[in-house]
Design a protein. Structure first.
Length: 516
């Protein structure tokens, strides 16, 4: 009889053991020195591909993965660990596809890697090897870990991720039953084992389901759990939860956790998020941005910003939402002349909207309320500026330096067609020349256009058209922000294969990915 079965028999004979069926059925989902040789071209290609998977949301290319593995298996396993690692790219789906598809093709190579997987992912990642040549190794890991967990007051998280045999999902049931069989346990023993070990883990959901709010240790919760269950905590345990908020300053924890997330990994977005939360003034906000980027040269110019938000952006508060809202508020704070406190209202009929509040939070709210639109018409915006100038022709009228259009894709600009006659850049140039002719007929010089296509790419693209009058940037993040402000590609100077190669070498040489 194995140690695990002996341990189970001992615990299950205890008179104090109670089987918690509800706990067992609960859905446990937790939001949980090398030299690089130029000959390692497939490794570099694979790393670039992983960046594309992360930034451009493309599917994993198994051919590139195979080529990298066959070129250098050690580098390959370090890179897929980085792909899975929450401190790396954090892509579970793509990582599991690699395990599932290549694990059977290269069983010997993966056998050496399997013991390291949990360090970067979760125990349920190991189910990708079930029914394969390395299934015995997975079961051995499960047995040894369960032996330890049964004796320990601080068990691993294995019990959270082992598949249950009475779940609603048929595939989960099948894997749970196979796990039970391979562990040498009856279904009843297996269910009681999971229930017992999950109870030892002090899972927050367990305390919530048992109405044991006083047992929840808020300081040990992740940001995702705080965010997910905040309303429940406030409703059922308001005194202790408020004490935690006030005493332990979770704002700092939340900021650190958010900074690892997709939409708030950039310093300037964290500054916006914290500024809203702490109700900072506009002056405090722009001062903080300047402090973050001491060398940021902000031209003494007024720019109007036009963004378009839809219901999906508002619900998800995604990357585009955060960066476009930030850009609007940056110029609201930074403009000094005639267009201080102004934006382009894109909701319904375009208009020049004055937004004047003392604090950043209300500015953000007003920007959002005036930017609900599926598309933006460049020509309508410029006709609006031209009309204002014509109406005030007997006065001194100052145009803005230009208009910044922050969009998710060119298709959000109503003038861009889907024909193959011209490229999108050619469409913009054609439109600009048409508008310039109209402005010249009234004796005015047309302002410039900046178009920021807010899209995560590991390499960013810049187009400068019509002798610098049109500046188009496709990219995201701090470098993109600085570039759109300064109209310079110097911010992207390090977006080269050499730089990407250096970043990859850092990963390959990191102690975190040392598996020896």
């Amino acid at each position: 009889m194995s140690n695990i079965v002996k341990g189970i028999k001992y615990i299950f004979n205890s008179d104090n053991l109670e089987y918690d069926r509800e706990l067992d059925e609960f859905d446990y989902t937790i939001q949980g020195d090398f030299l690089f040789d130029n000959e390692k071209s497939q490794t570099l290609f694979f790393y670039c591909h992983l960046l594309s998977v992360y930034y451009d949301n493309i599917d994993i290319n198994l051919e590139l993965a195979r080529s990298c593995l066959e070129e250098d298996s050690e580098y390959f396993f370090k890179l897929i660990s980085y792909l899975r690692d929450k401190e790396g790219l954090g892509r579970k789906k793509e990582f599991r596809k690699i395990l599932n598809e290549l694990g059977d093709e290269y069983p010997l190579e993966f056998r050496k890697y399997i013991p390291h997987i949990v360090k970067y992912g979760r125990y349920d990642d190991l189910y990708e090897f079930f029914y394969g040549e390395n299934e015995d190794l997975i079961i051995d890991i499960f047995k040894k870990t369960l032996d330890y967990d049964l004796k320990s007051n601080k068990p691993s998280t294995l019990a959270k991720w082992l598949k249950s045999i009475n779940a609603s999902n048929e595939n989960t049931n099948m894997l749970g039953k196979r796990t039970s069989k391979l562990l040498g346990l009856s279904y009843t023993e297996y269910r009681k084992l999971l229930s017992h070990l999950r109870g030892k883990l002090n899972v927050v959901e367990k305390f919530m389901s048992n109405n044991e709010w006083d047992k929840i240790q808020y300081g040990n919760l992740s940001y995702s759990n705080i965010k997910k269950y905040r309303n429940s905590f406030m409703k059922n345990d308001p005194k202790r939860f408020n004490e935690f908020i006030n005493m332990y300053k979770p704002k700092k924890v939340i900021r650190e956790q958010k900074s690892k997330g997709f939409e708030l990994k950039y310093e300037y977005l964290k500054a916006l998020d914290i500024g809203i939360e702490e109700k900072k003034t506009k002056e405090m906000f722009i001062k903080e941005i300047k402090e973050i980027y001491e060398n940021l040269e902000i031209p003494e110019e007024d720019w109007l910003v036009a963004i378009a938000l839809n219901e999906k952006n508002l619900n998800k508060k995604d990357n585009y939402y955060m960066q476009s809202v930030f850009l609007s508020n940056f110029y609201l704070c930074n403009n000094k002349k005639m267009y201080k406190d102004h934006i382009i209202k894109t909701k319904n009929i375009p208009n020049i909207k004055k937004i004047q509040n003392r604090d950043l939070k209300n500015d953000v709210i007003n920007v959002i309320e005036n930017s609900i639109s599926e598309k933006i018409s460049i020509e309508s915006v410029f006709d609006l500026l031209l009309l204002s100038a014509v109406k005030n022709s007997n006065k001194i009228f100052n145009f803005p330096s230009g208009v910044v259009f922050a969009i998710k894709s060119m298709e959000q600009l109503s003038e861009i067609t889907n024909t193959n006659k011209r490229s999108k850049e050619e469409e913009i140039s054609f439109l600009y020349l048409k508008m310039r002719k109209k402005w010249n007929n009234f004796g005015f010089n047309i302002p410039k256009i900046k178009i920021w296509i807010i899209k995560e790419n590991y390499r960013n693209n810049i187009s400068v058209l019509e002798e610098g009058k049109i500046f188009i940037l496709e990219g995201s993040g701090e470098k993109a922000f600085k570039t759109i402000i300064q109209e310079s590609n110097t911010g992207f100077r390090d977006f080269t294969y050499e730089e990407i190669k250096e970043e990859m070498i850092k990963i390959l040489s990191s102690d975190r990915y040392n598996m020896k």
